[in-house]
Design a protein around this ligand. Structure first.
Ligand code: ARG
Length: 460
């Protein structure tokens, strides 16, 4: 053997140092050691159940694997790049500890199904953590909604003032987005938590293995159905990264609003000091850097998703070494998504709002114009005409620098003789919100229903 590699038998030349460096993955796949060792213990146990190994051999392997685990956890393990990846690092050390029986662990298994198993377990574990932080964020948004039921602000379309909405309704809109994200994560887990072990290199194995027993030992929901698919499928990683990308999209939209809302021209929110930064030259500045970075990091998570999609799209069946490039994008995506959601939850829980500035913005934007048009319709005027009349009122108010509600009845009647004293209650912003009784609207009844639904969901 030219090398002490586990696969060195047919080679007469040592691997070039540059190639060793270029092809190794241990620098980063070492992060999968918990899953790799759990998978190997399950595999050894199954081989003993099937009579492929003796019980004594399986026990020896299992104890050796525990020792390796302990060495890694305590930082004593010596990872070697020349062993290529974590699988071969662990197996080599195991064989040092337990002797020749270490060579029996890989019976009926390949690194191709082994790495797929490790990564499926890892992605599943990380998704479980995403669920925890997303739930926390939803909880904060629902608390804010509960707290600010009576605060009104302009709702926008085209980023132009449109109609008044409650701050509660606005917070709940995000809570619903993140609730769908939570459901998407659960859905991904159904597919990631499936064991590929037993597919071996690509075609299955001649040993009398029992994949279902491995899956059960690892708490996985089921096993693969096709060995070629099992070793070449990376859908579960891409799905997870798509779900992460969509969460970042939602976070980024919220960040964008917080950035606008914190601008003094709006002044709707007071960013907590602990989540803002200052300028080294302009003493008055308080910058929304956390929001900006989160918006920026969204692009990076999309990049992670696209890097793997691009890697996989041209691959023939079954395993190809290109697939080793699946790990770093996911690790990056995982850290970014997890930390972003968690920081957003912390930041939102400390966010201060300025209800007075929100109310002042309602007046500036003629947010009761639709109410006046709807009022004219109730007086028998066709909607198009009502729309036109109201437009003239707005144009007049704009010239005068006043709100519609500031005009007296006499003035209003110059625009339409159908206007009567009952117009006053229609023009109040609170009335505009309170009168919205349709399903899912910003009206107080709908907001109460949404908050109750969210609270019930959070409890379960
Ligand atoms: N480090 C490899 C990966 O991450 C493990 C599987 C290698 N398989 C092989 N046949 N070379 O994909």
């Amino acid at each position: 053997m030219a090398d002490d590699k586990l696969w060195g038998g047919r080679f007469s030349q040592k691997t070039a140092a540059s190639v060793e460096d270029y092809t190794q993955s241990v620098d980063y796949d070492c992060a999968l050691y918990e899953e790799d060792i759990a998978g190997s213990k399950a595999h050894a146990g199954m081989l003993a159940e099937q009579g492929v190994l003796t019980v004594a051999e399986a026990e020896k392997l299992s104890a050796g694997l525990d020792q390796v685990l302990e060495e890694i956890r305590s930082g004593k393990f010596n990872w070697k790049r020349e062993y290529e990846d974590l699988h071969m690092n662990i197996e080599s050390r195991l064989t040092e500890i337990v002797g020749p029986v270490g060579g029996k662990l890989h019976t009926g298994r390949s690194r191709n199904d082994q790495v797929a198993l490790d990564f499926r377990l890892h992605v599943t574990h990380r998704l479980a953590d995403w669920k925890i932080v997303v739930t926390k964020l939803i909880g904060v948004l629902v608390d804010k909604a509960d707290q600010y039921r009576d605060v009104l602000l302009p709702g926008y379309t085209h980023m132009q003032p449109a109609q008044p909405v409650s701050l509660a309704h606005h917070m709940l809109a995000y809570a619903w987005m993140f609730r769908r994200d939570f459901e998407r994560v659960c859905d991904c887990m159904k597919r990631s938590n499936v064991s590929p072990l037993g597919a071996a290199a690509l075609a299955g194995t001649t040993y009398p293995i029992n994949p279902a027993s491995v899956a059960e030992k690892l708490g996985m929901g089921g096993t693969f159905n096709n060995s070629l698919d099992a070793v070449s499928d990376r859908d579960f990683v891409m799905e997870a990264m798509f779900t992460g990308s969509l969460m970042m999209t939602h976070l980024s939209r919220l960040c964008e609003e917080l950035i606008i809302w914190s601008n003094p021209c709006f002044g709707f929110v007071k960013l907590p000091d602990a989540f803002s930064t200052g300028s080294s030259i302009m003493p008055q500045k308080k910058n929304p850097d956390v929001c900006e970075l989160m918006r920026g990091k969204t692009g990076r998570v999309y990049g992670d998703l696209f890097s793997l999609m691009t890697t996989v799209k041209g691959l023939p069946l079954a395993y190809n070494r290109d697939m080793q490039e699946d790990k770093e994008p996911f690790f990056d995506c995982d850290k970014t998504v997890h930390d972003s959601i968690s920081i957003m939850a912390e930041m939102m829980s400390e966010m201060g709002f300025n209800p007075e500035n929100m109310r002042a913005a309602l007046k500036k934007g003629f947010l009761n114009a639709t109410e006046l048009a709807d009022y004219l319709v109730t007086k028998g005027i066709p909607f198009r005409e009502a729309h036109h009349i109201t437009g003239s009122v707005v144009a007049f108010c704009e010239k005068q620098g006043v709100g519609i509600e500031d005009l007296n009845l006499e003035k209003l009647c110059e625009f339409s003789d159908k206007i009567e004293s009952d117009v006053a209650e229609v023009l109040s912003y609170d009335a505009a919100v309170n009168r919205r009784v349709s399903h899912g609207s910003t009206g107080p009844e709908s907001v109460s229903v949404q908050i109750a639904d969210m609270k019930k969901w959070l409890e379960s």
